[in-house]
Design a protein around this ligand. Sequence first.
Ligand code: GLC
Length: 414
Amino acid sequence: MNSTTGQWWDEGKFGLFIHWGLYSLLEGEYKGQRTDNIAEWIMHDLDIPVEEYRNLASSFNPTSFDADAIVRLAKQAGMKYVVLTSKHHEGFALYHSKASTYNSFEATPYKRDVVQQFRQACDKHGLALGLYYSQAQDWDDPDACRDGYSEEGRDFSSYLARKCIPQITELLTEYGPIALLWLDTPMYMTFEQAKQLQTVIRGLQPDCLISGRIGHGLGDYMTTGDNFIPSVAYHRPFEVPATINSTWGYNKSDTNWKSTAKILRSLVKVVSRGGNYLLNIGPRGDGSIPKESLTVLKEVGSFMEKNAQSIYGTKALPLYPYDIEWGYFTAKKGKLFIHIFENKEEAYLLNIANKPLRCYRLSDGLPLSLKERTTCEGDSSWLIRLPPREEGEIDQVICVEIEEDDVVFEPITG
Ligand code: GLC
């Protein structure tokens, strides 16, 4: 187990990000003008005046929203935690904040606390609850950061004391154990200000993880760039935040949906390099989830139902010396999992130094033949006979139990 993160994080590997706010009502368009950037940035990108934007709150009445159904969906997809945007850059809070009335409980006809609903659903279904909080940017507050604008005329420390710290304090005192605080876009927050925030968080909930985007290296793990997967293994904890299409908040014009195969292979790549994968959904303003996201999550769930052991509790692998396109590896103590992306009859692998003990299809334990030999060129090799694909199966996972605890790949020699 890792010293800074903890068991749910190290073993869970997979979480659901939920971007939801007033921007979701706009669906990427305001007064006939479309945004070509991520939809939750619409207020900023289309320069919507604060008072006009605030009016959106009077239309926030999400009749199709169901926190329990979203958490069940995450659980069925094999995810172990959810991270909800409790307040995004727009400044609107999805909970009953006393520090600012600009929230779902007080400023909308909905009059409900969304964080509280997720708390209950996560407790019921056994998932960890994490909260996203935009600590530096708050486009509703004249003193907070705003991308593209200088600090001049803004008193960031006033915003920090008036809104940011009081709201974070509320989130960490009124909703039980928060597994993770997902801070974002630190911008020009100084080391002292970030440190002050870290001290507040640690003081209230010492076990609450802090995302890398607190800035100044003060996070408990590294947060990669959005949708950026490290090309090599990292031996300190990291998380890759990822979208299913190209936006975080709902945008009706974004039809750039990734296939389930692509999402699954990203998950496999991320965990094989030692990270966690935080996959996003952007509910609409009425709380409903786009059907394309539902399909991906359900299909990922069918994979996880049979193959989750090739994901949970896995560790970063050493670099395999060959660039194979038909598959990828994950591994944990005494086991190598080979994820096969193509419909093939056999998998031929060179340069694995481990001693194979048993080889089987992970989904049902079907024994498979694995022939081990040293090639005439002098390299170790494995030849595994693969069973035919099953109906609807996207990727097949083969488990090879090995004599050693750790997987060892040989370098290319000769
Ligand atoms: C970016 C964006 C933001 C999104 C986040 C997710 O930093 O500012 O809108 O919430 O990435 O990783």
